[in-house]
Design a protein around this ligand. Structure first.
Ligand code: SF4
Length: 362
């Protein structure tokens, strides 16, 4: 019988058990395969020595172990942030960013090539949605980046804040999360996984169902301003969005992170700070304020440090739990809102760790 190959990294443990069962194999083989791949990082069936020779020879007929190809890897000379560019087929590329800090190592993964949400401050939005990633292409970003780390070093946190709106690709995203946190998979605690949304209200319940953390890009203190900056607000206005947040906090008993980008003259007034506090004060949350990271043709500018401090101080004075997001990776265009994966084709020409190679070209 001719079998078709299923991408291994698209499969949850349960999927793999079902697949093997359908082929008349024992269920525990799925755990064995997960252990080889995710714990021991062996991507060649031939080297899985506790499997029979016959089974090892059969496996490539129905499982494909290929990962998204890493075509570039650059490192910030300022703060050690690293940006990775992956080829995801169809001549398309995506980016992941690895962000070091004192107590954690966070990987920011992409869920789509381009994005249809059209947030005005975001460089990814310059590309319309071209492709939704598969679960395997999301898991593959983690696996490939992990492979660049010294033996024993772990990625402690995962944030879905790269290219794309994760809740616009929920089936693949939540399948990937299943593999990322599974004990036999990559074993990352659910509490260290954050899904960030621009506010796709009908899909937000899935974040609570997956028991992972929720971040919401707010970026406007009134419907008028938010609709200007984030067109999704016209479909799901603040009232609906905040109600969904309240429900998430109620079900999970967890704090939500509200992200708020400070755009000079648009979202950064003291009046904005006061309205933002009023909007969020009844929801268990913290507010991450993010001074805008400039990129070509954005049409917005970054407020001065003094204006950022005034905004932050006003929120603190009112009693909000507020954090100022430290800008990381600006010199390699890896900071928040700067991902665009503008490099196209010719992977053979790239030098690994060549600084600034894929700073935006357009
Ligand atoms: S901020 Fe996120 S949701 Fe908005 S356009 Fe950019 S990638 Fe899409």
């Amino acid at each position: 019988m001719m079998l078709s190959q299923t991408p291994f990294f698209d499969l949850t443990l349960e999927d793999l058990e079902q697949l093997l069962k359908g082929l008349g194999k024992e269920k525990f083989r799925a755990q064995q395969l997960f252990k080889w791949v995710y714990e021991r990082r062996i991507y060649d069936f031939d080297q899985m020595t506790n499997l029979s020779k016959e089974f090892r020879e059969e496996l490539p007929q129905f499982l494909d172990l290929s990962l998204p190809k890493m075509v570039s890897h650059v490192k910030s000379s300022i703060d050690g942030t690293q940006k990775f560019l992956f080829d995801v087929g169809d001549n398309e590329t995506i980016e992941s960013v690895l962000i070091p800090s004192d107590d954690r190592l966070t990987l920011c993964v992409s869920s789509e090539v381009g994005c249809n949400m059209a947030c005005k401050f975001c460089f990814t939005a310059k590309q319309k949605l071209k492709k939704r990633l598969s679960a395997g292409q999301i898991v593959g970003q983690f696996v490939q980046v992990l492979g660049t780390l010294p033996e024993g070093q772990r990625i402690s946190n995962i944030v879905f804040m790269g290219m794309g709106e994760p809740l616009d690709n929920p089936d693949a995203v939540f399948k990937a999360i299943d593999v990322l946190h599974n004990d036999w998979g990559l074993n990352v605690s659910r509490r260290k996984i954050t899904v960030s949304t621009s506010g796709l209200v009908p899909e937000m319940w899935r974040v609570a169902a997956a028991k992972v953390r929720l971040a919401v890009s707010l970026n406007g203190s009134s419907d008028d301003i938010r609709s200007q900056v984030m067109p999704i607000n016209r479909k799901y206005p603040l009232k609906d969005l905040l109600e969904a947040c309240r429900e998430h906090a109620r079900v999970t008993r967890d704090k939500i992170t509200f992200e708020y980008v400070l755009l000079k003259g648009v979202t950064d007034s003291l009046e904005d700070a006061r309205r933002l506090y009023q909007l969020t004060k009844s929801i268990p949350c913290k507010i991450n304020i993010i001074p805008f990271n400039e990129h070509p043709q954005s049409g917005y500018s970054r407020p001065t440090e003094a204006a950022v401090k005034l905004f932050q101080d006003e929120l603190i004075r009112l009693g909000a739990h507020v954090l100022l997001r430290k800008t990381m990776g600006r010199d390699i265009y890896a900071a928040c809102g700067q991902l665009n994966a503008t490099y196209k084709g010719h992977p053979g020409r790239l030098n690994v760790l060549e600084p600034n190679f894929h700073a935006p070209l357009n």
